[in-house]
Design a protein around this ligand. Sequence first.
Ligand code: ATP
Ligand code: MG
Length: 516
Amino acid sequence: MGKNKNSQVSDDMAGQAAGAIGGLAVVFGILAAIKDKLGLSWPATVLLTAGTLVAIGYSAWRLRAAIVRLVAGEKLPAAALKQEAPAQSAQEGTETLVLPTAMGRLLQRLEVPVESVDSIPHPTGEGHMVRVAAPHTTAAVTRLREAIASELDVTQEEVNFAQVEGSIRNVRMLIGTPYTHIPELPDLVGLDLDADIPLGYDLWGNILTMPSPIGKHFLVAGETEGGKTSFLKFLAYLFLVAGGRLVIVDGKPDGDYADFREACDYYDNSLTHKGVMGALEYVREVAERRGRSKRDGSRPEPMLVIIDEILTFKEDPAEGRKFESALKLTASQVRSARILVACATQHPRDDVISTVIKNNLTVSVAFKVMSQAASRMILGTVPEGVNAELLPASARGTFIIKDPRGVREMRGLFITDDMIQQAVKARLDAVEPNEHAKAVLAAYGSAEFLTTEELAQALRGCGYEIPDGAQPMGVAVRDVIVKGFGAAPDVVQGGPASARRKGRRKADLLALLART
Ligand SMILES: Nc1ncnc2c1ncn2[C@@H]1O[C@H](COP(=O)(O)OP(=O)(O)OP(=O)(O)O)[C@@H](O)[C@H]1O
Ligand SMILES: [Mg+2]
């Protein structure tokens, strides 16, 4: 590194001269020794020696050039290397900058400071690995999306870029429909939330990760149907399979997160100010409890707190201000308790994504938006050419994430409702109910709701002493439930609409079980 180029060259020459003299002596010696056997004259021996030496020198030069190429190639990331087309490498061209591919020439025509352009295979499109010359960065290419599209007579959506991780000068470019290559979900057995977690995939179908989410908070924003909820559901799924806890406040009426309900420590879909404030208070209490028990050296399970569609809680200005200060307080108090908050909105405006939201939720995830201003609102400062307005409309679930690792585009990994249900079931099955809980669950059988009286009757059949009379019966039933589940869910109205009666839901009992 510290050596300058001249001293490197003279070192090379000295080495080569020494090698040449040594080589000459050896070859001459060998030929002299066997010259009589071969019947050669002295001049023929000398000529043969010189010829052999030239041949050895030429082979050594070819070998050296090959090694240099190999070493230069190894600097490319593994994924790119695998996909590189061997015949197109043509590295000899780098010095003269005559680029062999049509794309190389096109970029040169557009005055991109390219160093090399190599074709790389793609299952459905045309792939290129572009290396820009120092001191330029990949922005020199990515900002020319429109110009490249127009030169090629394709839409901008068919001109796609994928950053090469760890490199500011290499960028992969795909001409064709983006995100057609969907990889299999990686194996999540043994997933560690304190290490990198998988989140999405690039244009080539390579899985992309982010550093451990613990200690961070997320802002997820973009147009409707962009994939925000799907992204958060995937994150919740990761927490579920990795043994994390879940708190979900769903501020939309469609019940998008209903499948997670039984596995949540706290779930609210009431769409009310009271609901969201209750959840935030609960989370701060958990953090406080965790803080107190920290001294015993235990490390609590990570907890993900989802608040989807924050506008619901900001529509009323006075309530909105209270919500924001509660969110700010929560975000700052719970981080060290391994609790992270993720808020979503489909309204990337400055009244929704306020300074409080931006300052406290520092990992930003932008789905497709309608303007560069909206993109900036979500992502803040990003390298030139990065714009969520340009995300492909054809591939839902594509986003730009800005986290401590940088800014990159990917399409989110997608999970089905079946997978969520299975993960929730696995979580519930992992908890072995005690005898009291077993008795209560047996009483429910396949029923979703039982009145207090129906439950009392069933428990009597199992040998529990449950007195008559509404008041003592209610107390005795509650007592069995607390022994079984650690707490008793609220009594709610249930049963057929014509005859609503007070009782408890099995789902609420199961949710309690999942929390213990
Ligand atoms: N990563 C993905 N891969 C494939 N399809 C996806 C992906 N993400 C989302 N989708 C599709 O897009 C649809 C809309 O996604 P989602 O409901 O998550 O959007 P949203 O941004 O939450 O919308 P809204 O703002 O209306 O709540 C999903 O039903 C799904 O079919
Ligand atoms: Mg949504």
